[in-house]
Design a protein. Sequence first.
Length: 393
Amino acid sequence: MGNTTQIIHSIPVDPLTGAISVPIYQTSTFVQEAPGVNKGFDYARTNNPTRQALENLVAELEDGSIGAAFASGLSAIDAVVKLLKAGDEIIAVDDIYGGAFRLFTQIYEKFGINVNYVDATNAENVFNAITLRTKLIWIETPTNPTLKISDIAAIAKIARASNCLLCVDNTFASPALQKPLALGADLVVHSATKYLGGHSDLIAGIVIAKDKELGEKVKFIQNASGAILSPFDSWLVIRGIETLTLRIKQHCLNAQQVAEFLEQHSEVDRVYYPGLKSHINHDIAAKQSKGFGGIVSFTLKNDTEEAAVQFVTSTKLFKLAESLGGIKSLLCHPANMTHKTIPAEKRRAAGVADSLIRLSIGLEEAEDLVKDIEQALEKIKISRTGNYRVQTA
Ligand SMILES: Cc1ncc(COP(=O)(O)O)c(C=O)c1O
């Protein structure tokens, strides 16, 4: 069965009424016939039919056995870390999403869970960082925001041989492009706020476990810690997923066009997009995913925060905002926004340069997006060269 057919038909018809759209069960509790005798639901923190429909849907899309939906991507990440105990160590990709870095360093280090950051684009670095205490390997691929690619299958082998779990943050690729569990990972997390939701209208997170036993531990944490996704937001994510493959196809086409335009522009220094042949791990990306996604990052020849700020305030279609993965194009300046919590030295060392700009390519016409970028780059050029004749040339 094709991916799109699978998605559309994994969304259940309501068994009670035949409703084609999953009903929103806006309830806190469920009436029981006798203590413990119920229709499979007792209290909505523990389980809710709308949330359950979403959890089953994403588990199926990711080739997993159990899904657990959370109030945000970060609470999904938090639930995975709670599988560990004091004294355990995590190996994490070095340009990890800033919020995950903050959670690891400012919350979990206090509880005795230490994190070792490595450049996971070379699986050997991961292997070399393993200690007897390593219990979890955490990768994003592509990473946020420098679109680094790690070899999921190779790192999964290392994880298995070292008896630790591999969790892949699959937010950027989505299951429409990449299925880490099928490549050997144990857990996948999503900020469903992004491509799964797809319309910039909710905050949500999901954890999917490959095997049932691990999934049940995550479900236990979900209930015990309580950061569940509401029925309405669960419904919104299901609605978003209905068009996931269609949206992702267009995001990829548009992003490729934008990346190729940027690559030949004189004001642009480096372009980060796994779909470009110049991307260092283009071959691995092509091997493990069906497409290269909708995020493109780039740096300016004038590698200053000022030039980047001028660019991000000069575009008209690209709106300056945190987040990504929606139908409208967004852009951000990670050094000042998503990655502000990472110390400048560490941020630069991970490749997040002062002028790095991240584009979330939406579903507008690619030509319009290119024109918008072109006029903003022209402004940068004028400021840099002071040559106002360029404007009329
Ligand atoms: C790769 C990645 N993972 C996790 C998150 C956190 O998700 P949320 O904002 O839904 O908590 C984000 C947010 O930008 C992200 O980009």
